[in-house]
Design a binder for this molecule. Structure first.
Ligand code: BES
Ligand code: MN
Ligand code: ZN
Length: 507
C-alpha cells in the first residue's frame, strides 16, 4: 500500500511544530538550519552533541524529545559524513533513513530541513531523497486489524505520520524533479503490492486485471485467454497451468512513448506463477507459503510499465507476462510428459517444479515472433540455486550480449539493484539435452541456475540481444534496506527504468 503520509516541498522558513530533522557533516559541522535551532534553544543542540560524542558520521543521530525553547516535539540531528561525495543513490538511501526515524508517535507532521553544512542540496538530489522516503514508508497492511478497528479496538493509539515537508532551497525545482520520483515510487509500490498479495486473492485472472488497469495511463493492454493461448500453440505455458482450477493468461502491455520513430520496442518478459506448489513434483511444506511471490518477475514488469507511462517515457516498450498457477491435481502435468512449445521445440518434463522456464519459453518466443524487439530482458524468480550462488544481495544475470549485460550491470550499480553475471555456454547447454525430446526441463544437480538459463536461451533467436535476470533472492522475502521493509521488494523497476532512461530513451 502506498504510504498514507503526504509529502511536499517548501522553502526554509516555516512553522515550528511536529518533528524537525536537521543535518550535520562530519566534524560535526552543523547545517544552517541546525545552527538556527541551536541558537533558538540556547545551545541545546551543541550541548547534546558534546554529551553524546556525535561526530556527524553517517547514520549517527542526536535525538531530542520536547527540546527546551523550541516548539518542536522532537528534533533529530542526523550525520551525513561527507555529502559532497554523495552519488544520487546515497540521497535515495538517506531519504529512507530519515523516513525510518519518523514514526508519527511524537507528532503527525515532520519537517525535514534538507541542507548540508556547505549549503543547499540540488533539486535532483532533493527529489532522490523524497523517493527514498516514500519507498521506506511503504507497508503492506491491507489485511491488518480492520475488524478490530471497526469494533473500536485495534491499535487505537496509532498517531501515524500524516505529512512530511521537505524544506529546501528551491522547492519548485525539487517538485518538478520529483515527477519522475513519484512515478518510480508508484511503480515500485505497485510491484510490491502484487508480490505481497496472497495467492487466493491474486490468481492469474486477477493479476491480468491488474495489468489491464494500466489502460488508464495510456498503455495498450491485451489479455490472451486460454483459447487464444491454445491457438498460438503455447502448450508449454499451458501445461504448467493445467493442474490448476484457475485458467492461465498472458498479458501484453504496449507503451509507445517514442511513436513510430522509436522503432521496434524493447521487450520485458516476466514470470508470473501466482502460486508455485511445485505441481506433482510437490514442494516440501516448510516455506511453501513464500511461493505466492513466484510472480515477482511479472509484478516488476507491471510496475515498470506503470512507471514508464506515468512519466511518459519517450520509449517503446512491450511488457509480456505469463500468468499461471502451478498446482498438483488429477489434471496436472506429470513428470515424463512431453509438450510442444510455441517454437515447435519439444520439452520432456522431468520435474514439474521447474515450471518457470516452461512459462517463459512461450512468452519469450511470442515476444520475438510478434514484436521483433531490439532487445529482450526477462525477469523471473527462477531458481533457488541463484540464492546458493549469490545470496540475497545480487540478482543473477545471464546474457548472450556483453554490451546489454554491462549496461544492465551498470544500471544495477547506480540504483542499488545489483546484478552479478553468471556464465552460459555450449557445455552447460548439453545439460538439458533429452533422450526423448529436444530438451528436458531440468539439468541435474549442479549449476541449477545456469541450466535454467540455458533452457531459456533455447527460445531466443540468433541475433536477438537477450538478458535473463534471476531475481529469486532479491524480489521476495527480501532483506531489509534503508528504502525497503517489505517482503516483496519491487526489485527491477528502478533498475530497468535506469537502463531505459540511459540507453534507449529518445531525448
Ligand atoms: N519458483 C521456484 C524457484 C524459487 C525457489 C524461487 C525459492 C524463490 C525461492 C522455481 O519454480 C523452482 O521450483 N525451481 C526449482 C528448479 C528445480 C526443480 C530444477 C529449484 O530451484 O529448486
Ligand atoms: Mn517451481
Ligand atoms: Zn517457480
Amino acid at each position: 500500500m502506498t504510504d498514507q503520509t503526504t509529502l511536499s516541498f517548501a522553502s526554509k522558513s516555516t512553522p515550528a511544530d511536529g518533528v524537525a530533522v536537521v543535518f550535520a557533516e562530519e566534524g560535526p559541522k552543523l547545517s544552517g538550519s541546525a545552527e538556527d535551532l541551536d541558537k533558538k534553544s540556547k545551545g541545546l543542540l551543541t550541548r547534546a552533541i558534546g554529551i553524546t560524542g556525535f561526530k556527524g558520521k553517517k547514520e549517527q543521530t542526536v535525538d531530542l524529545i520536547a527540546p527546551q525553547g523550541l516548539k518542536f516535539a522532537r528534533v533529530v540531528v542526523l550525520g551525513l559524513d561527507k555529502p559532497g561525495s554523495y552519488e544520487p543513490e546515497d540521497w535515495v538511501s538517506l531519504g529512507g533513513t530519515v523516513r525510518g526515524l519518523l514514526t508519527g508517535k511524537e507528532a503527525p507532521a515532520a519537517h525535514i530541513y534538507l541542507e548540508t553544512a556547505s549549503g543547499e542540496v540540488a533539486p535532483a538530489d532533493v527529489a532522490s531523497f523524497a523517493l527514498g522516503a516514500l519507498l521506506r514508508g511503504y507497508k503492506f497492511k491491507k489485511y491488518k486489524g480492520k475488524a478490530r478497528k471497526a469494533n473500536g479496538a485495534g491499535d487505537g493509539g496509532d498517531k501515524s505520520l500524516k505529512k512530511i515537508v521537505i524544506h529546501c532551497g528551491d522547492p519548485k525545482a525539487a517538485g518538478q524533479a520529483f515527477g519522475w520520483g513519484r512515478a518510480l515510487a508508484d511503480g515500485v509500490m505497485l510491484a510490491r503490492d502484487l508480490v505481497n498479495e496472497p495467492a487466493n486473492i491474486l490468481g492469474p485472472a486477477e493479476f491480468a486485471q491488474r495489468a489491464k488497469e494500466l489502460t488508464k495511463l495510456g498503455v495498450q493492454v491485451e489479455l490472451l485467454a486460454p483459447k487464444t493461448l491454445q491457438k498460438l500453440g503455447m502448450n508449454s505455458l499451458l501445461a504448467v497451468g493445467q493442474g490448476s482450477e484457475k485458467p492461465s493468461y498472458v498479458a501484453v502491455m504496449q507503451w509507445k512513448g517514442a511513436g513510430a520513430k522509436g522503432g521496434e520496442p524493447i521487450a520485458i518478459v516476466g514470470k508470473g506463477v501466482t502460486f508455485d506448489a511445485g505441481g506433482i513434483s510437490l514442494k516440501p511444506a516448510a516455506g511453501m507459503e513464500d511461493m505466492k511471490g513466484d510472480m515477482a518477475g511479472a509484478a516488476c514488469v507491471v510496475g515498470l510499465m506503470h512507471e514508464l507511462a506515468a512519466r511518459k517515457a519517450k520509449v517503446n516498450v512491450v511488457g509480456i507476462i505469463g500468468l499461471v498457477e502451478n498446482m498438483p491435481s488429477g489434471s496436472a502435468m506429470r513428470p515424463g510428459d512431453v509438450v510442444t512449445a510455441m517454437s515447435g521445440q519439444t520439452i520432456e518434463v522431468l520435474n514439474t517444479d521447474a515450471e518457470g522456464r516452461m512459462v517463459l519459453a512461450d512468452c519469450l518466443w511470442y515476444a520475438q515472433e510478434r514484436f521483433k524487439p531490439k532487445a529482450v530482458i526477462n525477469l523471473a524468480t527462477l531458481t533457488g540455486a541463484v540464492m546458493v550462488a549469490l545470496g540475497k544481495e545480487h540478482a543473477g544475470i545471464f546474457s548472450n550480449n556483453d554490451d546489454l549485460a554491462n549496461k544492465l550491470i551498470a544500471a544495477g550499480d547506480s540504483t542499488g539493484e545489483k546484478l552479478w553475471r553468471l556464465p552460459l555456454g555450449p557445455k552447460y547447454d548439453k545439460m538439458i539435452d533429452s533422450k526423448v525430446a529436444d530438451m528436458k526441463n531440468t539439468g541435474g544437480k549442479w549449476g541449477g541456475s545456469i541450466s535454467a538459463a540455458q533452457f531459456l536461451q533455447r527460445f531466443i533467436k540468433e541475433g536477438t540481444p537477450w538478458a535473463h535476470l534471476d531475481i529469486a533472492g532479491t524480489a521476495m522475502s527480501s532483506v531489509d534496506s534503508e528504502i525497503n521493509r517489505s517482503w516483496g521488494s519491487g526489485f527491477g523497476v528502478r533498475l530497468l527504468d535506469r537502463l531505459i532512461a540511459d540507453q534507449y530513451e529518445r531525448r
